[in-house]
Design a protein around this ligand. Structure first.
Ligand SMILES: NC(=O)c1ccc[n+]([C@@H]2O[C@H](COP(=O)([O-])OP(=O)(O)OC[C@H]3O[C@@H](n4cnc5c(N)ncnc54)[C@H](OP(=O)(O)O)[C@@H]3O)[C@@H](O)[C@H]2O)c1
Length: 302
């Protein structure tokens, strides 16, 4: 067993590295540019820009991983809407290149995907529900999924997730929960939508699920998120409650008023039955994870 992680400098990538180290799972961490995670030993890190095809092939042959967990992506949905060529290059084309390389060495390939593949009309989505992407980012992920779904070789898995939160070292982007934990005590005014419903996902739970798929030699699509679905404004109010802030300066607005470049699905959230049954996936409640997150922030000063 040897897991190759792409996007190891990102939030999920760092949590997968952490879990591999904790459980003595052999791994090689790769990301674009230098290692920005001081918790990842340099001996386990290789630079890899996944859009450079010949680098992918050379690294796979040198490292001979038995499984790839592909977390790297352009994850800024509005950036993707305005840079579609770059978005499809990184999120779709590179997935195809990695999958072809994985097949050549007989390795399992896991793509980390998103709730945004759905149109958000139904909510509580099962793995078998039809997709309906609303944005360039969502289409880039659907097309990446299709690379796997249409292949006769089934040695792949897709782990779809929803708003991921947690701490990380030198992350290139923050996440909603960390941002709110920082902004609320400062009394910063916030405009939040009340018509987008999401199941926030504790990054450590997601890392467990992704690795467990590989360890249990599972294939196919898995939905991995937190167990509760909230409106975005409700989610931040829960954080305010947790911090004992009684009247947070939150203005509730609609998605139409917010008018972001990329269209978002109104209601996602996942049916987690398959992950419960096949992976023993038991994600923390939002409140449980806030306690852990607070303790971690106090300990590390991140
Ligand atoms: N975060 C969410 O709320 C969320 C929700 C649903 C699905 N997902 C999916 O979950 C996965 C992990 O998300 P995350 O939150 O960990 O994202 P993240 O923190 O943005 O990490 C993505 C990583 O990919 C790296 N990357 C970008 N382009 C690359 C390239 N050409 N070659 C190599 N690495 C490259 C980035 O490098 P730099 O750090 O150097 O930019 C970053 O470290 C993604 O596939 C995302 O689509 C995330």
């Amino acid at each position: 067993m040897k897991i190759l992680i792409t996007g190891a400098n990102g939030l999920l990538g760092q949590k997968i590295v952490k879990r591999c180290l904790q459980h003595n799972i052999p791994f090689v961490a790769t990301s674009k540019g230098a290692n920005r995670n001081p918790d990842c030993p340099e001996t386990h890190y290789r630079e890899l820009d996944i859009t450079v095809t010949k680098e992918v092939g050379a690294l796979f042959i040198a490292e001979k991983p038995t499984a790839i967990i592909h977390t790297a992506a352009i994850t800024n949905v509005d950036y993707c809407e305005q840079h579609s060529e770059e978005c499809f290059l990184v999120n779709t084309f590179a997935t195809m290149v990695l999958w072809e390389a994985a097949k050549l060495i007989g390795a399992h390939f896991q793509l980390v995907s998103t709730d945004f593949v759905f149109d958000g009309e139904k909510g509580n989505y099962k793995e078998t529900d039809p997709v309906g992407p609303l944005s360039i980012y969502a289409r880039s992920k659907v097309e990446a999924e299709n690379v796997l779904l249409k292949d006769a070789n089934t040695n792949w898995s897709i782990a779809r997730t929803i708003i991921v939160y947690g701490t990380g070292n030198n992350l290139s982007r923050s996440n909603l929960v960390l941002w709110a934990l920082d902004a609320l005590p400062k009394g910063e005014a916030m405009k939040l939508v009340n018509d987008q419903f999401r199941a926030p996902t504790w990054a450590e739970d997601l890392a467990y699920g992704c690795i467990e798929i590989v360890l249990r030699k599972q294939t196919g699509i898995f939905h991995l998120s937190g167990p509760e679905t909230f409106a975005v404004d409700e989610l931040v109010r829960k954080i305010a409650d947790f911090l004992n802030i009684s009247e947070p300066p939150i203005t509730t607005i609609s998605s139409a008023e917010l008018n972001q470049p990329a269209k978002r699905p109104p209601r996602t959230g996942f049916d987690l039955s398959k992950a419960y049954d096949l992976l023993d996936y038991r994600p923390k409640t939002f409140e449980e994870s806030l306690h852990l997150l607070k303790a971690e922030l106090e300990l590390t000063g991140l």
